[in-house]
Unconditional design. Structure first.
Length: 527
């Protein structure tokens, strides 16, 4: 769909405001958790269940409705997510038992899951093309800003406003209604298409071109979002028991100190390649976690907040870099499914460690549980340092290797040597250590952006072959009327076909036969 710059700017603003409102509403109950504990007798386990009751419906929404906006349009699904969140806020106006809290959080979870994939995709669709990092930063960090705004506003209203148990939810409903009005005025970025019912079948997938980047992104999301859930479930009790404060505003500020700096760190990560930003972000995140654990052990509130800010800013660097990796060369139709996978990982990381930690809270002290989250951060950091890679880095190395081989192509013997090296590379690819198999996936998986990437690589490769064959002709081994470009095209066709057959049959001899047939054609035009 073609829109003017002004209408897209309105859509971008509306989507960002709506995403902010969605996550601000999600954070509204956090400063009230101590109130519920003190006045209604809720336990630490009850509060951890509230985190889980929010996270599990979010996962369901991401699994089932994550692709819905690609068929119904971004605006409809955005309005539905805002409506679910508003209903959750209205239900929480009268919390005096655990069941009401869990039901309200479940509605919020459904709304947040729908927003996490669909509203976030709306943000990316409408984002300006420059600066290049804006789409990934806005999509990954707007939820953090929303969570920070919700926590601070809730803490302030609970501590200083009238109706301390209700006012924040009424304010959140007003914010959600304002967002819905903005969405209603904004243009659609994805035209409705058939298949909405089929899209409800659970699906968890990312494009083949970025699949190898998913493990490191998972490690980043797992450690950072698990820590965010720790702040929701346990920091209210921790602040009272270890840091000696029950102020709802302080609780909101502590939670915001983890979430808000994330948005400041994210643009810094845009100055580096994604892999470098992931490594830098996770090392700094680990340093922040060490500071948090130390501050808890020494019962120092100021040090705790300072270390929280460090961890928050550094998670922004790592999370936005991971999002940038997974969004690499994405099309509008791919974005909602990609964000479904991202938030599926994130909310799994928030819900399940929180459930386990809630169970353990009856046996272990809160400082000991914090130490467990530090161990998770350490494992994720080590894995990221070892395994972080940039999008297309392996393809770039492949082209560099081919350039080295083909710039030294001066004879038919050199061409046979090139054939042997390609076959050897494909053999190593059987255990996933080379990019030839990934290129075959990009050719075969029906992904237009992936095929575009593969075409660009094969076009550059063919150009290198044509240059080498020109030198072979000039050396006198090929007939004067031989066409190097035509011969290079034949070799690349054999290479692509052989790769697909090899990928299907897991037999590299298919590639050998295809290349040998093409080499036979080249030999037919020798002098």
């Amino acid at each position: 769909m073609v829109h003017s710059g002004a209408t897209l700017r309105l859509a971008f603003l509306s989507a960002v405001v709506s995403l902010t409102a969605a996550f601000a509403a999600s954070a509204a109950p956090i400063p009230l958790f101590n109130t519920y504990r003190a006045e209604d007798g809720f336990t630490n386990f009850d509060i951890s269940l509230a985190v889980v009751s929010y996270g599990v419906p979010t996962l369901v929404a991401l699994l089932v409705m994550g692709r819905l906006s690609s068929h119904l349009g971004r605006r409809r699904t955005s309005l539905a997510s805002l409506g679910l969140l508003a209903l959750g806020c209205l239900l929480l106006l009268n919390v005096h038992d655990v069941g009401t809290l869990l039901a309200g959080r479940a509605l919020m979870g459904l709304g947040a899951g729908l927003a996490g994939s669909n509203v976030t995709a709306y943000v990316v669709d409408a984002a300006p093309s420059k600066p290049a990092w804006l789409a990934s930063v806005a999509s990954s960090q707007t939820p953090m800003i929303g969570l920070a705004i919700g926590a601070i506003a809730s803490g302030a209203l609970v501590q200083f406003g009238p109706w301390p148990r209700q006012l924040i939810y009424l304010a959140a409903v007003g914010f959600l209604l304002l967002s819905a009005a903005l969405i209603a005025l904004s243009p659609e970025t994805v035209p409705p298409t058939p298949g909405a019912w089929r899209s409800l079948r659970p699906s968890v997938t990312v494009p083949a071109r970025v699949r190898r980047l998913l493990p490191v992104a998972t490690a980043v999301f797992l450690s950072t979002w698990a820590t965010g859930a720790f702040y929701q479930a346990f920091v209210p009790a921790l602040a009272e028991e270890q840091l000696h404060t029950r102020s709802p505003l302080v609780l909101g500020l502590v939670f915001a100190a983890y979430m808000a700096p994330s948005a400041l760190g994210a643009p810094l990560g845009g100055r580096f390649t994604p892999a470098t930003a992931q490594r830098l972000g996770m090392v700094a995140f680990l340093a922040g976690m060490i500071g948090i654990i130390t501050a808890i052990a020494t019962s120092t509130l100021a040090s705790f907040i300072a270390a929280t800010v460090v961890a928050g800013a550094s998670q922004g660097i790592a999370i936005s870099a991971s999002t940038r990796c997974l969004l690499h060369e994405s099309t509008p139709a791919e974005r909602a499914p990609i964000f479904s996978v991202i938030y599926l990982i994130c909310y799994s990381a928030a819900a399940f460690p929180s459930l386990v930690a809630g169970r353990l809270s009856t046996t272990f002290s809160l400082p000991q549980i914090a130490l467990g989250y530090g161990g998770l951060a350490l494992a994720a950091t080590v894995f990221t340092l070892i395994a972080a890679r940039n999008p297309r880095a392996r393809f770039d190395r492949l082209l560099a290797t081919q350039e080295s081989l083909l710039t030294n192509l001066h004879s038919l013997r050199d061409l046979v040597h090139w054939r042997d090296e390609v076959v050897l590379l494909a053999q190593r690819g059987d255990n996933g250590t080379c990019p030839l198999g990934e290129l075959a996936d990009l050719l075969a998986n029906g992904d237009e952006a992936g095929r575009s990437t593969a075409r660009a690589i094969f076009t550059a490769w063919e150009s290198l072959l044509a240059g080498g064959l020109t030198r072979v002709r000039d050396s006198g081994e090929l007939a004067p009327d031989a066409d190097p470009q035509r011969l290079a095209t034949g070799l690349m066709a054999a290479l692509q076909g052989g790769l697909l057959l090899t990928r299907t049959t897991r037999d590299v001899r298919q590639l050998e036969v295809a290349l040998d047939q093409a080499l036979g054609y080249v030999r037919a035009v020798t002098r």
